[in-house]
Design a protein. Structure first.
Length: 210
């Protein structure tokens, strides 16, 4: 048996729709992770598979599925017209990572950090890249453009994981504006030992409202 939880960090503006809609979305992402872990769990209690540990495409597909589970519309990797990077007065053909719609709608551009090193500069650089991509989104596609950052801690244990977790939380909370929202999806935990096996942080910056 596994326990998956979504914990909202003290970020964002509770008066905004994102506060409520995205919290429900993240809770369903955690529940979906629980189902995923259950399907791939082996007889070895130390063997779990983390759907957020692969790559950006796999993670975004899970988030699109979580949107549907939450009762929202979600569409991943769709083609659209975007602002040109060179001259944002012009448009160019491109793709958007994810579209989410409740009564309001959001278009997301994501970056994912995983691998052998998760330093402060790498986290900052990845979010900066996501923001640059989100600035290309046009109001035709959504009510707001959002930069998303996915940070999986699946490959670290012990003190190293503690250090990386601290860096991520400091980045999420430090100097964050009211338009930053962040969650920690943690698990699975073994019921007997209460040992956390996998862990992912999801950070969102609302870049522009149309």
């Amino acid at each position: 048996m596994t326990i998956i939880e979504a914990r909202r960090l003290e970020t964002g503006d509770r008066r905004r729709r994102e506060w409520h809609v995205w919290d429900n979305w993240m809770k369903h992402a955690a529940q979906l992770c629980g189902r995923f872990y259950g399907e791939v769990e082996t007889d070895d209690p130390d063997m779990f598979n983390d759907p957020f540990a692969y790559n950006e495409t796999a993670s975004v597909s899970l988030l699109a599925s979580a949107a549907a589970c939450a009762g929202y519309l979600g569409l991943a990797e769709f083609t659209t017209w975007k602002r040109s990077r060179a001259d944002r007065r012009k448009i160019t053909h491109g793709r958007c990572d994810l579209w989410l719609c409740e009564e309001a709608s959001w278009a997301f551009e994501f970056k994912q950090v995983r691998g052998s090193s998760v330093g402060v500069k790498r986290i900052e650089g990845a979010m900066r890249d996501a923001v640059d991509c989100a600035k290309q989104i046009r109001g035709n596609d959504a009510d707001a453009a959002v930069a998303g950052l996915i940070l999986s801690l699946a490959f670290w244990e012990g003190e190293e994981r503690e250090r990386i977790r601290s860096r991520i939380e400091d980045f999420a909370l430090g100097g964050a504006s009211a338009d930053r929202y962040a969650w920690q999806i943690s698990g699975p935990k073994t019921v007997d030992e209460n040992i956390q096996k996998c862990e992912t942080f999801l950070l969102f910056d609302v870049v522009e409202r149309f």
